[in-house]
Design a protein around this ligand. Structure first.
Ligand SMILES: [Zn+2]
Length: 415
């Protein structure tokens, strides 16, 4: 393979920049030092960008910004396929969680695994994400469920992030489930008084997330945790209205959260609040989680009509969404939610970059952004949404360098 360069030009039959709505045909994307310097029609490529020092590559497929997966539950350890079978036989997710399964089971598996075992489990999964075009992702805690174990999971997330070619952002989801044998209010206090300050002091997290649900935490807990996050300079996220409606979408907007995620049971008020909060609080929908749980779909059409920013993500986790492919969630969002393809592609790139606070860097292909892009195996960007089960990503480039298909951690040009 040719030596990796961090400057070059790719000429493509179609380019989706994410900065403009329409696809550019007969396009060029140019970068220097890993950053985009031109994204537009090939005939208008400035001549001085096309000099002999550049790598000029002509591709047959469409070029898109790399996918940004803004809701995953990596790092975790172990699968729960038997719970899926139990749900198919009639058990509910609430039943399993109540019986010590679900999040509690993943928490035990995480506690029993060594750091090396957890990392060895997660590395190939991150590589598989890369092969499906994910060039930036979220890593979350939430399987620790004690101050020490949450800090351990956050440290492992940071360690994994340092090894990956992808950009990554770490979210503390200590309020994922109430630790067994503990009162909910006591855990929320411990999270606010001990965990958030400790994680912030060690630089372990970028955001804090709360699972608002009748089997988990309340709207008041969200507001309390959001206050503590804010004091320590951390962003806020929210698992909102997934299994039932609790006014969490509106509360996420009130808390100034970057996103309200799931939204299967969001109310009309929640939809209106998210419409008015575009640019601050995005609506993140998780289509494979809806599919896997057989849940009611979120009001995606209403959200788009209300002007909400709609992001889509995998929710990759061993219980309710074992899917890590962004093309698959784009295809599912379009088929299941009747989402227009262009909106789904923006929802998989530009919107989630902002949710992760990485929007100055990734999510669109425009001057100044990192040259993180995918080359499809087709010249038509709509093919991403059209062939579920097929990986349409032929090549993945990060900061203007081709990522190895096995995801092996090549040194990142930005360090
Ligand atoms: Zn989640």
């Amino acid at each position: 393979m040719a030596p990796e360069r961090t400057q070059g030009v790719v000429l493509a039959p179609a380019l989706v920049t994410g900065a403009a709505a329409e696809t550019i045909h007969n396009a060029a994307l140019a970068w220097r030092d890993g950053r985009v310097v031109y994204a537009g029609p090939a005939p208008r490529l400035p001549a001085d960008l096309d000099g002999p020092a550049e790598v000029v590559l002509r591709v047959e497929g469409a070029v898109l910004p790399g996918f940004v997966d803004c809701h995953t539950h990596l790092p975790f350890f172990g699968w729960r396929a038997d719970e899926f079978e139990a749900r198919l036989a009639g058990r509910t997710y609430r039943d399993l969680q109540g019986g010590g399964g679900g999040i509690y089971r993943s928490s035990r598996l995480f506690a029993e695994a060594s750091d090396d075992e957890v990392l060895a489990f997660c590395r190939p999964l991150a590589a598989e994400m890369l092969a499906h075009g994910t060039t930036a992702l979220e890593l979350k805690t939430g399987y620790g469920l004690s101050v020490e174990a949450e800090l351990r999971q956050a440290r492992l997330a940071r360690r994994l992030a340092s090894e990956l070619p992808q950009a990554a952002s770490v979210t503390l989801l200590a309020c994922h489930a109430v630790p067994e044998g503990m009162e909910r209010a006591a855990w929320v206090e411990e999270v606010c008084r001990e965990l958030i300050p400790a994680a912030a002091a060690e630089g372990l997290a970028d955001a804090v997330d709360v699972y608002v649900e009748d089997i988990a935490f309340s709207v008041e807990d969200l507001l309390r945790v959001a206050g503590a996050a804010c004091e320590h300079g951390l962003a806020v996220r929210c698992h909102a209205d997934q299994l039932g409606g609790s006014g969490a979408a509106e509360a996420a907007v009130r808390a100034g959260a970057r996103s309200a995620d799931h939204l299967n049971h969001a109310s009309a008020e929640g939809v209106a609040a998210l419409g008015a909060a575009a640019g601050t609080t995005a609506a993140v929908v998780l289509p494979t989680s809806t599919l896997f749980l057989g849940a009611a779909p979120p009001p995606v059409g209403d959200l788009l009509a209300a002007g909400a920013e709609v992001g889509i993500a995998t929710d990759f986790n061993p219980g309710t969404s074992p899917c890590l492919s962004m093309p698959e969630v784009v295809a599912t969002a379009c088929a299941l939610y009747r989402m227009p393809v262009a909106a789904a592609l923006a929802g998989a790139t530009r919107v989630p970059a902002r949710v992760l606070g990485l929007d100055g860097d990734v999510g669109t292909l425009e001057p100044g952004r990192r040259a993180d892009f995918v080359v499809l195996d087709s010249a038509d960007p709509a093919m991403v949404a059209y062939r579920p089960g097929h990986n349409p990503v032929a090549e993945v480039w990060i900061a203007g360098a081709r990522a190895h298909p096995d995801g092996s951690a090549r040194a990142h040009p930005d360090g």
